[in-house]
Design a protein around this ligand. Structure first.
Ligand code: PGA
Length: 258
């Protein structure tokens, strides 16, 4: 059984010095990181300082986005190659806040994922329904269609070379969570979409995370679902007091040392 994932999405929070302070506080407490795969996604300006502190810690670094072109006249954007050189192993793509505020579409996410894979970054593709789509019973259909567009003609070369995060838009930052059976049903659809797109051998290795208002209380029941391979955490990842207990919970849900 692979380790469960916990990805800390700091969004537009923390300056470089605040990054240094938080990582200096949490890294010693995380120990050698065995039994859980921790990934931190700070703002772009903090990647270099984070990479320096994370070296040898077992904690990995992620970018919060990348552009679909290699380089060029794209003011304000960051390329996949820049992320790699800054120490990232992962990149979040298609987060609902980028879809809402920066015009990201599934087609764009697909192009970004191609560029990320070209540079051997692991794309973490975010999908999720709006509140009215959930209310009208269309969540599964919406997520399946989103994912198919995001994955169109992608070629993933190695096991776990891609991840998918199911983030219902209405659950992000609201304190409202889907029920375990709602999560389970969407994760099953995601898994079958992945198996269709990449075949059983590769498709079954791609981790599927849940994200949206994850807390120490909600994470256990979420990970108890065998279709949930990890969690993506926003608000609760910004302070050591809330993040460390969460990591401990995630670890307790993973393979136990003999
Ligand atoms: P939240 O954010 O944990 O604050 O709901 C999750 C996310 O946006 O990835």
């Amino acid at each position: 059984m692979p380790n469960p994932f916990i990805l800390a999405n700091w969004k537009m929070c923390k300056t470089p010095s605040e990054t240094e302070a938080l990582l200096s506080e949490i890294l010693p407490a995380l120990g050698n990181g065995s039994g859980v795969d921790v990934v931190v996604a700070p703002p772009f300006t903090n990647l270099t300082v984070a990479a320096r502190l994370l070296a040898g810690s077992g904690v990995s670094l992620a970018g919060q986005d990348c552009h679909w072109e290699e380089e060029g006249p794209y003011t304000g954007q960051v390329s996949a190659r820049m992320l790699v050189e800054s120490g990232c192993r992962y990149v979040l793509l298609g987060h609902s806040e980028l879809r809402q505020f920066a015009g990201d579409t599934d087609q764009r996410v697909n192009l970004k994922a191609r560029m990320a894979l070209f540079w051997d970054l692991v794309p973490i593709v975010c999908v999720g329904e709006q509140r009215d789509e959930r209310a009208s019973g269309h969540a599964e259909m919406v997520v399946e269609a989103q994912l198919n567009r995001c994955l169109d003609s992608l070629s993933v070369a190695r096991p776990r070379g891609l991840m998918v995060a199911y983030e219902p838009v209405w659950a992000i930052g609201t304190g409202h969570l889907p029920t375990p059976s709602e999560v389970s049903s969407v994760h099953h659809i995601i898994r079958s979409t992945l198996l269709q797109a990449f075949g059983v051998k590769l498709g079954s290795t791609i981790p599927i995370l849940y994200g949206g208002s994850v807390t120490t209380e909600s994470v256990g029941p979420m990970l108890a679902l065998d279709v949930v391979d990890g969690v993506l955490v926003g608000g609760a990842s910004l302070r050591a007091e809330s993040f460390l207990p969460l990591v401990a919970e995630v670890k307790a849900c993973g393979p136990q040392e003999a």
